[in-house]
Design a protein around this ligand. Structure first.
Ligand code: PEP
Length: 257
C-alpha cells in the first residue's frame, strides 16, 4: 500500500472549559511531539479556541472549529464566521457533523454553503457524511451518502476540492461504542472515493483524505485505519483524553509507514 498522509481529528463537542481544554492540549502536545507523518487536528468548543491555539502554537497540532456560518458578519446571534475561526488560529472546520444535521436540523444545501465559505476563506472543511441506522437497515446507505456528497459539495471547484477532507461517520456508530466493522467502513469509503471521482475526477479524488468516524478507540484504530481508502479518523469521545487520543494518532502513524 502506498504511503498516505493520514489525518486524525479530535472533535471535543461541547466538552471542556477553556482551562480544561488548555490542560488536555498541553498533555497531548507532549505525547505526540515526535509524530511527523500524521496531520493532527483538535476541534474544541469556540470559547476554547484562542487559549488552546496559544498552547499548541508551533507544535504539530492544528486547530479546527466545530461549525461555522456562511456569512461574514451581521445579526446572526450565536453563529461564528470563517474569518473569526481563522483569526482565532483555526486551519480546519468540521462541517455537517451528524449532531449538527440531526440535533440542529442542518440541511444539505446549508452544509454546502458552509463548505464553500470555509474553502473560500482558506479553512479546510472536514465534511461529514453518514447514514442513520434505519437508513442502513433499509439498504439506503449509498443513496444517503451520495445525496449528502452531491449537494454538500455542489459548486466546489477542482482547485478548492484539493483542500477537502471527508469524514464518513455512520450516525449509529457515533458516541455509541459500536463502531462500523472494518469491512463495513471500507465498503462505504470505497463508495465515497468513487463519488469524489465522479465529482472531481479520479486523479484528484485519490488525494482527498477520507476519515472514518464512529467510536474509534485505541483498541480498534489500527484495524480501521489499515483499510483501503481510510486515511485517518475523526474521533469524539476518545479524543477527550490525551492518552487515548495520542494512542489513536500513533496507530495512524504506524499505518502511514
Ligand atoms: C464524532 O463526534 O465525530 C465521533 C465520531 O464521536 P465518537 O468517536 O465518540 O463516536
Amino acid at each position: 500500500m502506498s504511503k498516505r498522509r493520514m489525518i486524525v481529528g479530535g472533535n471535543w463537542k461541547m466538552f471542556k472549559t477553556p482551562s480544561e481544554a488548555i490542560s488536555t492540549a498541553k498533555a497531548l502536545k507532549v505525547k505526540v511531539i515526535n509524530v511527523q507523518d500524521v496531520e493532527i487536528v483538535i476541534c474544541p468548543p469556540f470559547p476554547d479556541l484562542v487559549p488552546v491555539h496559544e498552547m499548541i502554537k508551533g507544535s504539530n497540532i492544528k486547530l479546527g472549529g466545530q461549525n461555522l456560518y456562511w456569512e461574514d458578519q451581521g445579526a446572526f446571534t450565536g453563529e461564528v464566521s470563517a474569518r473569526m475561526l481563522k483569526d482565532a488560529g483555526c486551519d480546519y472546520v468540521i462541517v455537517g457533523h451528524s449532531e449538527r444535521r440531526h440535533v440542529f436540523g442542518e440541511q444539505n444545501h446549508e452544509i454546502n454553503k458552509k463548505v464553500r465559505k470555509a474553502l473560500a476563506e482558506g479553512l479546510t472543511p472536514i465534511f461529514c457524511v453518514g447514514e442513520k441506522i434505519d437508513e442502513r437497515k433499509s439498504g439506503l446507505t449509498e443513496k444517503i451518502v451520495e445525496e449528502q456528497m452531491r449537494t454538500g459539495l455542489a459548486e466546489v471547484s477542482l482547485s478548492a476540492a484539493e483542500d477537502l477532507v471527508v469524514a464518513y461517520e455512520p450516525v449509529w456508530a457515533i458516541g455509541t461504542g459500536e463502531n462500523a466493522t472494518p469491512d463495513q467502513a471500507a465498503e462505504v469509503h470505497a463508495f465515497v472515493r468513487r463519488i469524489l471521482g465522479e465529482l472531481f475526477g479520479e486523479e484528484l479524488s485519490i488525494t482527498i483524505r477520507i476519515q472514518y468516524g464512529g467510536s474509534v478507540k485505541p483498541a480498534n484504530a489500527d484495524q480501521l485505519m489499515s483499510q483501503n481508502n481510510i486515511d485517518g479518523a475523526l474521533v469524539g469521545g476518545a479524543s477527550l483524553d490525551a492518552e487515548s487520543f495520542a494512542a489513536i494518532i500513533k496507530s495512524a502513524e504506524n499505518v502511514a509507514r
